[in-house]
Design a protein around this ligand. Structure first.
Ligand code: SF4
Length: 372
């Protein structure tokens, strides 16, 4: 072993002699799991989404990568290196956006209201608390309330605040899309009504900005049409695993919502938002049989829902990290990602076509490097 990687399992690194315009899937999967050593100005700890990650442009694409000081991968002098050897791929940390230096009139820093993800995505968690955050309901991979506890964000963002930040982020930093997620509320809309108000304000402030909303399937599905009418262009309703046993273990609270309810909500969302305008996260490495995971992804694709496959990682502040859970092997990430990407290609479905949201951004998944 060297640097934590078994030598016989290293990805087959191409020579750095020539410049490549895409990082290959094996290397993409390895950096997703092993992380990189990088001084990244755009990063954060805890919260929803790619927390603990640094945002880096590798071969022209934004990637959200774990920052791991012991990783054999590093970013230095504009290149991606493995054990100091140039892998032939350009890599540069995303620069700190200018909107981070601004604050609202009442003194709330914009950086506490929304964050830059990748190079051009503005992301916010509208409600930073979740009704499912206490054990035994809490999802084991989630750290949504930790950034609130650390004082890095505010509990509830108002529509006016988000409109103000979005306007600045588009003007100063060239943001091209926005992702709005929320912790789940106890109400039947699960927080979707709050999202609708925020979308309305943002789209009024920045007409034409593509916005994705992310929430649990609302009990009252009419709220999906309200979100669309408010101006959301895509929606993510994230189940993380289609395996009932894995759901019970990893998302005990959300697992009380039956798969059939997710399916009902996805179908209605496809009707309202359109084919390939709806997505869900599927996490690789929760213990689900890989063949079943891929078969489930194919069923979602057949429904018009984009399965955003993302490697699980035990983030700081999560129950998974506390309990010593480990990220999957890079080979598993490559295998599942390649098969799901092939199914997406066969269906003519691309993440980029979504225009807004995680599938369009792609920084947390290896799907873009696999053709998905
Ligand atoms: S894929 Fe989603 S969560 Fe990940 S960096 Fe992009 S917008 Fe953020």
């Amino acid at each position: 072993m060297k640097n934590g990687l078994a030598t016989d399992r290293r990805p087959d690194h191409a020579s750095g002699d020539r410049q490549r315009d895409e990082v290959d899937l094996a290397v993409r999967s390895a950096v997703a799991v092993h992380g990189v050593r990088v001084d990244a100005p755009v990063q954060r700890r805890s919260g929803a989404g790619p927390s603990d990650d640094g945002h880096v442009v590798v071969a022209g694409r934004g990637l959200a990568l774990p920052i791991v000081p012991t990783s054999p991968y590093s970013v230095a002098a504009g290149r991606l290196l493995f054990d100091g050897t140039d892998l032939g791929v350009a890599a540069t940390p995303v620069s700190r956006p200018r909107f981070y230096d601004l604050a609202t009139a009442d003194g709330v820093p914009y950086s506490q209201l929304a964050r830059l993800h990748s190079t051009d995505v503005l992301a916010t968690t509208v409600l930073q608390t979740c009704v499912r955050y206490r054990e035994p309901e809490r999802c084991r991979f989630c750290a949504i309330e930790e950034s609130l506890r650390a004082g890095a964000t505010t509990r509830l963002k108002t529509p006016e605040q988000l409109a103000e930040v979005a306007r600045a982020a588009v003007r100063l930093d060239g943001v091209r899309q926005m992702v709005m997620t929320t912790g789940s509320t106890a109400g039947p809309d699960r927080g979707a009504g709050l999202l609708a108000e925020c979308v309305r304000a943002v789209v009024a402030a920045v007409p034409g900005l593509p916005v994705q909303v992310q929430c649990e399937p609302p009990a009252d599905l009419s709220v999906l049409a309200e979100l669309r009418a408010a101006g959301a262009s895509t929606i993510g309703m994230h189940i993380e695993s289609l395996d009932p046993e894995v759901r019970r273990r990893w998302t005990p609270g959300k697992a009380t919502v039956p798969l059939a309810e997710y399916e009902r909500a996805w179908s209605e969302a496809v009707r309202v938002f359109g084919w390939n305008r709806v997505s869900t996260y599927l996490l690789i490495g929760l213990g689900e049989d890989p063949d079943e995971l891929v078969a489930g992804a194919r069923r979602l694709i057949a429904m018009g829902v984009y399965p955003f496959v993302v490697p699980f990682r035990p983030l700081a502040g999560t129950l998974a990290a506390r309990d010593g859970a480990r990220a999957p092997e890079p080979e598993l990430v490559s295998d599942v990602t390649a098969r799901v990407a092939a199914a997406l290609t066969a269906a003519g479905m691309t993440g980029a076509d979504q225009g807004a949201g995680c599938a369009a951004c792609g920084a947390c998944s290896a799907l873009p490097q696999a053709g998905g």
